[in-house]
Design a protein around this ligand. Structure first.
Ligand code: NAD
Length: 312
């Protein structure tokens, strides 16, 4: 299959690399010039479960899409949420009426951006449990296992199932889902609590979870997500979500880990995706007439922190 990875940071590099190794024709498109140049000069270097590998993959800067001669069957979107609209504009010349577009970003409501550029029937939404880290231009760290759930937005289930096959043939463990919005909301609840709270409180997940107020804060935030999910016809089992969040506090497993938003802002001084997690709940709350004070306050606090740190 001819595949464009649009947004080839940590996750895009993982998917690009694994799909390329499985025999697909893959190109990477990205907005970070140093990263693109390094991949083209020296290849994409990955620490792949402890083994260092280098793969030659064609990479292009997103401003060059007009001149790329590549007919894509599938685009996999892996920008950060705030980069999505710019990437969609950039790749538009490369999309045909047959190109399927799979969005695997974290967060809620990305389909509202994508449908400005892609026919509704060609949009696939997904949720992934794979992880990845970027160590510098052209260099990624890919450890552990993961999975992907995905579903077509429109009527085109056959295309979604074909994409599932291609991803699974690359050992990416994909499954067709009948309820992708529910999975997306479920993951957004974990991100919508752990990410912002650990970032603002400057702690890891166990540190937050062991405070006496953790449960009540988390329950209040999840209640806001659940109220919006219901309006969007995405069933959310609140008890199950709360139980999953509590597993994040376990020091013997992932509790000592700082969530990705902490790493973005506090460690790497990069803007966060808060507007597409808690901020999306606030926006949708306004549309539906639902109060979302906890998500609103947390979104404001994270923006204040970004500004105090001078991150742009
Ligand atoms: P990433 O930050 O590694 O890459 C996103 C974009 O930022 C890429 O275009 C990349 O080139 C660019 N970028 C990265 N470092 C940069 C730097 N120092 N200077 C300039 N540009 C830089 O993001 P990601 O982790 O691949 O995440 C992509 C999407 O997938 C997000 O929505 C994220 O929430 C989601 N996600 C990530 C993980 C994970 O483990 N990383 C897991 C599941 C979902």
């Amino acid at each position: 299959m001819n595949i464009i990875i649009a947004g080839a940071g940590a996750m895009g590099s993982r998917f690009g690399l694994m799909l390329h190794k499985a025999g697909n024709d893959v190109i990477l498109i990205d907005g970070w010039a140093d990263h693109v140049n390094q991949i083209n000069q020296a290849g994409l270097e990955a620490n792949f479960n402890g083994e260092v590998i280098i793969e030659k993959l064609p990479a292009y800067h997103q401003t060059d899409c007009q001149s790329i001669d590549f007919s894509a069957d599938l685009v996999i979107l892996f920008t950060k949420a705030m980069q999505l609209d710019g990437m969609m504009q950039a790749i538009q010349p490369m999309l045909s009426e047959k190109t399927q577009v799979l969005c695997l970003l974290n967060g809620i409501g990305h389909e509202d951006v994508i449908k400005n550029y892609v026919p509704y029937d060609n949009i696939l939404l997904g949720n992934t449990m794979w992880t990845a880290g970027i160590e510098g231009p052209g260099k990624v760290k890919l450890f552990g296992n993961g999975s992907i759930d995905l579903q077509n937005l429109g009527e085109n289930r056959a295309s979604a199932e074909q994409v599932v096959e291609v991803l699974s043939a690359a050992d990416l463990n994909a499954r067709y889902s009948d309820s992708i919005l529910s999975s997306i909301y479920k993951k957004a609840c974990v991100n919508g609590t752990m990410n912002g709270l650990c970032t603002i409180l400057d702690t890891n997940m166990a540190g937050f979870g062991e405070t006496t107020v953790a449960d009540s804060i988390v329950e209040s935030i999840v209640a806001e997500f659940a109220a919006i999910a219901e309006k969007e016809h995405a069933h959310l089992n609140v008890d199950e979500v709360l139980a999953q969040i509590k597993t994040c506090y376990d020091r013997s497993t992932i509790g000592l880990h700082h969530p990705s938003m902490y790493q973005d802002l506090i460690t790497n001084h990069r803007l966060t995706e808060i507007d597409y997690i808690n901020g999306a709940i606030v926006r949708k709350g306004k549309e539906y007439g639902i109060a979302t004070p906890y998500c609103s306050f947390l979104t404001d606090l994270v923006h204040a922190k970004e500004q105090i740190m001078g991150v742009k």
